[in-house]
Design a binder for this molecule. Structure first.
Ligand SMILES: Cc1cc2nc3c(=O)[nH]c(=O)nc-3n(C[C@H](O)[C@H](O)[C@H](O)COP(=O)(O)O)c2cc1C
Length: 206
């Protein structure tokens, strides 16, 4: 079984990546294989809204999205770590999630001509039954909105969402600092998150 962690920070050294690495390591210790995808340095445009994926089952925009989407499809669990930008996830990550969510729907379903979404027999999405878990990092405020954005993405894409004993948020990054250790509570939350993801995977994907 494999968990893929996506780091949505554009910064080379980032709090998001650090918390994600910690969680992936905790998963490794529980026997789950891991891979980290860092969006920094990758080119992933926004969704063009062309709807061509609904027919062709591929994204018409050719950039690093195709490789990331393939990695996401292979995963049993997908963790997404995002810095909070104006109480939201950053733009590149939003582009990835828009494109992956929309394409993921059409890779699994046929639409009967002219009937729109009422015309398909539901066969799941590319992500159905995968385990999902968000992590958000902010220096002060706005976590809940970004966290909710990620939860909504997981929800509409047929994931099983794993929780912890608190929301998986890190309070770090004042003035651009990379200081994840400032929030010691986050490590306990993320360790329990990893425990829950591993337990869920073993139950539903074994
Ligand atoms: C454009 C921008 C917007 C930000 N908006 C918020 C915000 O809404 N709330 C907050 O607490 N911090 C905000 N921050 C601070 C970052 O969330 C914080 O530095 C975080 O640690 C960055 O994560 P990273 O280290 O993973 O890049 C913002 C930073 C930037 C660059």
């Amino acid at each position: 079984m494999k968990a893929v962690g996506i780091s949505g920070s554009p910064r080379e050294k980032s709090n998001s990546r650090s918390y994600l690495e910690f969680t992936l390591k905790a998963l490794e210790e529980r026997g789950i294989g891991t891979e980290l995808v860092d969006l920094r340095g990758l080119r992933v445009e926004e969704c063009h809204g062309c709807y061509s994926c609904a027919k062709s089952r591929e994204c018409a925009v050719k950039d690093d999205f195709q490789a990331v989407f393939a990695t996401m499809r292979e995963a049993d669990a997908i963790l997404i770590a995002a810095p909070v930008y104006h109480a939201s996830i950053p733009g590149k990550l939003k582009g990835l999630l828009d494109r992956a969510g929309f394409l993921g729907r059409w890779t699994a379903n046929d639409i009967a001509a002219g009937q729109g979404s009422a015309g398909y027999q539901w066969k799941g999405t590319a992500f159905s039954g995968k385990v999902g878990a968000p992590i958000t990092v902010a220096r002060r405020a706005g976590h809940a909105f970004a966290f909710a954005q990620l939860l909504l993405w997981y929800g509409v894409n047929d994931f099983v969402v794993s929780g912890s004993h608190y929301w998986n948020v890190g309070v770090a990054g004042k003035g651009g600092a990379v200081n994840p250790e400032e929030d010691q509570e986050a490590y306990g939350i993320l360790a329990h998150q990893a425990e829950n993801i591993a337990a869920l995977l073993k139950k539903i994907r074994a």
